[in-house]
Design a protein around this ligand. Structure first.
Ligand code: GDP
Ligand code: IMO
Ligand code: MG
Length: 421
């Protein structure tokens, strides 16, 4: 098996980036396959903080190859910013970083529509990166791909049509002045000149990597409950965030997939609108937010916080086919006298072990909790044996409920603050 996957099991920000940074030591190639600059993956190595929106976190290791697959949306400004940041820190990326030329581009009108929609309060609380609108154009077969930038006449034709459509929408809905497609075209051509060394047919690259027995790691963005099909629709993002999205968004066949690492926080967070059955709106929620520094890596928004939700994890573990669980931020629960875990829900008197399918049902859900004893952590624990008894009980309980081993536990944001079991 040549490829493994890291996936978020909750509503995003499960600390996937830091886990990818850790585990990427064992891989040769790290791949983003969906989403775009809505992601914010934080990695801390030797007190230096990196926040990646588009680049795979594995690029921090100088001997690794990073790939942005066909399913990812490219935000030109953010991509250039990140390339230049990483090149300043770690040296040239040419030869070890590639973007698939099939990837679609987020255009200025996508971001504008996202901004206008969110400002009108009709949105889902998006990151305002234009994601839904760029994917809409992609699925309408109206998107602009990197490969379209190779031929100015072809690009002009496609962009003129796409701009006309988008201008009509933002004009009619918001009275917004139209975007000039010629200005956008000229900017895109300059952009293409800047990223040209990195643009490639990455399917051909994957084929040769697999023949050379290189090991590939997929870095998921967002989380399972934000998946366009299987999340809390319509309060979701617009891509396939689950493990099946990795073959779809990269062109690597599913038969190559081996392990699937499911990353979850020791509690739950969500940013943006939408159902959150175990949300804590009082003091305990505040305690977790401050202790866990739960503020968005992309937007800086305070994240909503709550107890661990086993129906969500049971469901996520199933739809992703998780083989190894990764529990992060256990240290954040340290100091609480009691810790609760939702083991199932009640809906109209019936017991539910999985989340409901309809958004309307969430309003009537009653989570059923068990209470566990709290514990104190220092953040310097490096083996499971070193954890306090009550912390061990917490981990073991979750493992028994989900019937999947918790192989990794993080007790702080730095690369070394991780327990491997
Ligand atoms: P991602 O989007 O899934 O990569 O996660 P984010 O980077 O958005 O959010 C995770 C946040 O938690 C970041 O600020 C990390 O530095 C931080 N973090 C990661 N692991 C730990 C941990 O074990 N303990 C604590 N206290 N913070 C952590
Ligand atoms: P990472 O990869 C947490 C949420 C937004 C909003 C919804 C739709 O860092 O885990 P979008 O901008 O995608 O159209 O917003 O999805 N969202 C995230 N929440 N972490 C993320 O990424 C997210 N990316 C999008 O807050 O509710
Ligand atoms: Mg994040």
């Amino acid at each position: 098996m040549g490829a493994d996957i890291v996936i978020g099991l909750q509503w995003g920000d499960e600390a996937k980036g830091r886990f990818v940074d850790y585990i990427s030591e064992n891989y040769d190639v790290i791949v983003r396959f969906q989403g775009g600059a809505n992601a914010g993956h934080t990695v801390i190595v030797q007190d230096k903080k990196y926040i990646f929106h588009l680049l795979p976190s594995g690029l921090i290791r100088k001997d690794k190859i990073g790939i942005i697959g066909a399913g990812v949306l490219i935000d030109p400004d953010i991509l250039l910013e990140e390339i230049s940041f990483i090149e300043k820190e770690l040296g040239p990326l040419e030869g070890r970083f590639f973007i698939d030329e099939r990837a679609n581009i987020v255009l200025p009108y996508h971001k504008e529509e996202d901004f206008l929609e969110e400002s009108s309060k009709k949105g889902v609380g998006s990151t305002r990166k234009g994601i839904a609108y760029a994917y809409r154009d992609l699925y309408m077969r109206m998107g602009i791909r990197l490969s379209d930038l190779k031929d100015v006449n072809w690009l002009s034709d496609r962009l003129k049509t796409a701009a006309e459509f988008n201008n009509q929408i933002i004009g009619a809905r918001y009275g917004h002045v139209p975007f000039d497609w010629k200005v956008m075209r000229d900017e895109l051509l300059i952009f293409f000149g800047q990223i040209r060394p990195y643009v490639a047919d990455t399917v051909a690259l994957f084929h040769s990597y697999l023949e050379e027995n290189k090991k590939i790691l997929f870095e998921g963005a967002q989380g399972t409950m934000l998946d366009i099909f299987f999340g809390t629709y319509p309060f979701v993002t617009s891509s396939h965030t689950i493990s099946s999205g990795a073959p779809v968004g990269s062109g690597i066949p599913p038969t190559c997939i081996g392990r699937i690492y499911g990353v979850f926080k020791a509690y739950t967070t969500r940013v943006g609108k939408g159902p959150f059955p175990t949300e804590l709106t009082g003091e305990e929620g505040k305690y977790i937010r401050e202790k866990g520094n739960e503020y968005g890596a992309t937007t800086g928004r305070p994240r909503r916080c709550g107890w661990l939700d086993l129906p969500v994890l049971r469901y996520s573990a199933f739809v992703n086919g998780v083989t190894d669980l990764v529990m992060t931020k256990l240290d954040v629960l340290s100091g609480l006298e009691k810790i609760k875990v939702a083991v199932h829900y009640k809906l109209d008197g019936k017991k539910l072990r999985f989340p409901p399918t309809s958004i309307l049902d969430y309003e009537r859900l009653e989570p059923h909790y068990i209470e566990m004893e709290g514990f104190e952590l220092e953040g310097n624990e490096r083996s499971f044996q070193e954890l306090p008894e009550n912390a061990k009980k917490y981990v073991n309980f979750i493992e028994e409920e989900l019937k999947i081993p918790v192989k990794y536990i993080s007790v702080g944001p730095r690369r070394d603050q991780l327990i491997v079991r």
